[in-house]
Design a protein around this ligand. Structure first.
Ligand code: ADP
Length: 644
């Protein structure tokens, strides 16, 4: 016991986690041109620490230690060349210091960082995604000293941390009367501007004006004809909750800086919505759409990013109940006037009041997106690129807003030339042909596979637009979105093709007649393929290809079956239907084939599988058959000379 206690108090030197070393090095170089942001990061952490203390003190008032006036202090010392940021927030224990200031603690961050290429690591934007945080101190400092004490712990449990940022840090347990954290930066050569009171004030006003706690600095005074640091403190920020101020009084720049604080982001947001809602629940919402997707967007359990306040008191981060999962990219603040201060996550889960707030926030975000889609198309395109795939989840998750979400979806289409040009369902509907009753789509694993799918041939011929769906989630989307604006969504690769009024009767008759004539052939192919197919039939879907595969009306599509398989899930066994083009020369030739009929039938099936992006059970057999048939085509005894 005594041994460990002594070891504990002793000064120990530890190495940074490898990724921290790398991150520190890169940060200093890639963020140097923005070096003054370190102050925003330190003040932001100090503010969070005050929020955390206020929240923890709701259930344990002793933590305040008779000092409830939470504040942040910034000071500088020209002689010592130091800049200091002090808060009387929650502070850190020794274990917390080691975990927070020695590793990259956030789950997934390390993996993400390791996966970046050298060039990507130099990209300030990507580095910024980590929430540059505390480590940004080393952009301007060659030594950083942290003194801290966790609220509620005895003075003997203070902690001193120090590092020059090159690879190691020291920690020791020290006596510290003051609660909270004091961070001292020993500035590098050439950072003298950061030792000027006016310059520091300007940085604080620019980046941290919105911070709720007062940020205090020593007043400047005239001494011997010069401005010098005085002894009286003064508050240099507005120190009021930004979201509680009237919209008209808030500048865009202030909204943007506030976003960087709540969103832990380095970049400006794409858009935001700020409103006070009155009604059954009274609350203020300030919700932001980021410009870029965070690296952990795909983790549905990742931080949700909306902070909950009750009458300006911070209650919790990542209040996942405030927005549905498919809007997890939204950042911001909700401040309720009605919820009790002691509200917990468990209470939120069941609260009817929260349901009302959540519905209101969802509506607000969707309206913000609708506004962008309508009025700022380029911005909406950026949004769609970053978050479209997440928004799609909403189609199946949010029944009440399904139609709205469907209106916000964008898809590649045969109407455009590239995967990047997308159309909305409303665009599609406005271009529907006279007599067209459905919105048609094809699903495939890639854009090219979708665009070149044989299933599109007849649609191309008739000039009917088809949506090209190649996102993994698209299969799921269309299973939930069966209609839009009263028009059904139909797969071009499923069931018998019925183009309804788009086909003329004479054409239909002709096909039926051809089907009758080829009955003998389709039966023979079916017998030859046996268990591989559910049925073989004649189609009028194809104009150029000899054959294609379709799924029966209620079967799982081949694309979905492939996706499930790739994800290691059992796909329900369903056999495809082979459809053949009665006018294709290969098909016509087959009528008279005897000796190699089985090979022809197999090749027909396999190439239909390949054409829609499928894989063959036995590729070698396919190659052998193709080669055999190619040799025959040589005909009349002439030989094909194979290389080698
Ligand atoms: P981030 O703030 O994005 O989590 P940082 O590297 O800035 O990342 O900080 C890491 C952690 O260190 C914070 O999450 C917080 O737990 C702790 N921390 C940093 N500064 C303070 C402070 N002034 N008071 C208390 N804890 C702090």
């Amino acid at each position: 016991m005594t041994d460990t206690a002594t070891a504990h108090a002793a000064r120990e030197t530890r190495g940074f986690q490898a990724e921290v070393k790398q991150l520190l090095h890169l940060m200093i170089h890639s963020l140097y041109s923005n070096r003054e942001i370190f102050l925003r990061e330190l003040i932001s952490n100090a503010s969070d620490a005050c929020d955390k203390l206020r929240f923890e003190a709701l259930s344990d008032a002793k933590l305040f230690e008779d000092d409830t006036a939470l504040a942040i202090r910034v000071d500088y010392d020209k002689e010592a060349r130091t800049l200091t940021v002090v808060d009387n927030g929650v502070g850190m224990s020794r274990e917390e210091v080691i975990a927070n200031l020695g590793t990259i603690a956030k789950s997934g961050t390390r993996e993400f960082f390791s996966a970046l290429t050298g060039d990507q690591q130099k990209d300030a934007h990507l580095i910024g995604q980590f929430g540059v945080g505390f480590y940004s101190s080393f952009i301007v400092a060659d030594k950083v000293t942290v003194l801290t004490r966790r609220a509620g712990r005895p003075a003997a449990e203070g902690v001193r941390w120090e590092s020059d940022g090159s690879g190691e840090f020291t920690v020791e347990t020290v006596e510290r009367a003051a609660r909270g954290t004091e961070i001292t930066l020993h500035l590098r050569e050439g950072q003298d501007d950061l030792l000027e009171g006016t310059r520091i004030r300007a940085i604080i006003r620019r980046y941290s004006d919105h911070i709720v706690q007062p940020i205090r600095m020593p007043k400047e005074e005239w001494k011997d004809g010069r401005m010098e640091k005085g002894t009286e403190p003064e508050t240099v920020n507005q120190a009021s909750a930004l979201w509680a101020r009237a919209k008209a009084d808030i500048k865009d720049e202030e909204y943007k800086e506030f976003y960087k604080h709540v969103g832990h982001d380095f970049e400006d947001p794409l858009a935001w919505a700020h409103a006070r809602v009155e009604g059954r629940q009274e609350y203020t919402q300030l919700l932001y759409i980021p410009s870029r997707a965070p690296f952990d967007l795909w983790d549905r359990n990742a931080r949700h990013g909306v902070k909950l306040y009750v009458r300006r008191v911070f209650i919790m981060d990542d209040a996942e109940q405030l927005l549905p999962v498919y809007l997890r990219f939204v950042r911001g603040v909700v401040d309720s006037a009605d919820l009790p201060l002691n509200v917990s996550r468990e209470i939120l889960q069941e609260s009817k009041d929260i349901e009302a707030i959540r519905a209101g926030c969802t509506k607000k975000v969707l309206a913000l997106l609708e506004g962008l889609a309508e009025n700022e198309k380029a911005k909406y395109a950026d949004f769609w690129k970053a978050f479209g795939r997440v928004l799609k989840e909403g189609v199946g998750e949010d029944f009440a807003n399904k139609e709205k979400i469907a209106g916000l979806l964008r898809f590649a289409s045969t109407h455009a030339d590239t995967a990047e040009e997308t159309v909305s369902l409303a665009d599609y509907a406005s271009r529907m042909k006279e007599g067209q009753e459905a919105i048609y789509y094809v699903t495939a694993e890639t854009f090219n596979a979708a665009r070149n799918s044989p299933h599109l041939e007849v649609f191309r011929k008739k000039g009917i637009e088809v949506l090209l769906l190649s996102d993994r989630v698209d299969e799921w989307v269309v299973s939930h979105l069966t209609e839009f604006g009263g028009k059904p969504l139909e797969s071009v690769a499923r069931g018998g093709l019925d183009l309804g009024k788009l086909e003329d009767e004479a054409e239909k008759k002709a096909i039926e007649q051809e089907a009758g004539e080829l009955k003998g052939l389709t039966d023979r192919i079916q017998a030859s393929l046996g268990e591989r197919v559910k049925e073989v039939r004649v189609t009028h879907r194809l104009t150029e290809s000899p054959a294609c595969l379709v799924a029966d009306e209620h079967d799982v599509s081949a694309n979905l079956a492939r996706l499930l398989k790739a994800a290691g899930q059992q796909a329900p066994a369903s056999k495809p239907i082979l459809e053949i083009n009665p006018r294709h020369p290969v098909v016509l030739r087959l009528k008279d084939e005897e000796a190699k009929f089985d090979d022809w039938a197999s090749v027909l099936f396999d190439q239909a599988m390949l054409a829609e992006g499928g894989t063959l059970d036995d590729p070698a057999a396919f190659v052998r058959r193709i080669n055999g048939l190619m040799m025959d085509l040589g005909g009349g005894g002439s030989r094909i000379v194979l290389p080698g």
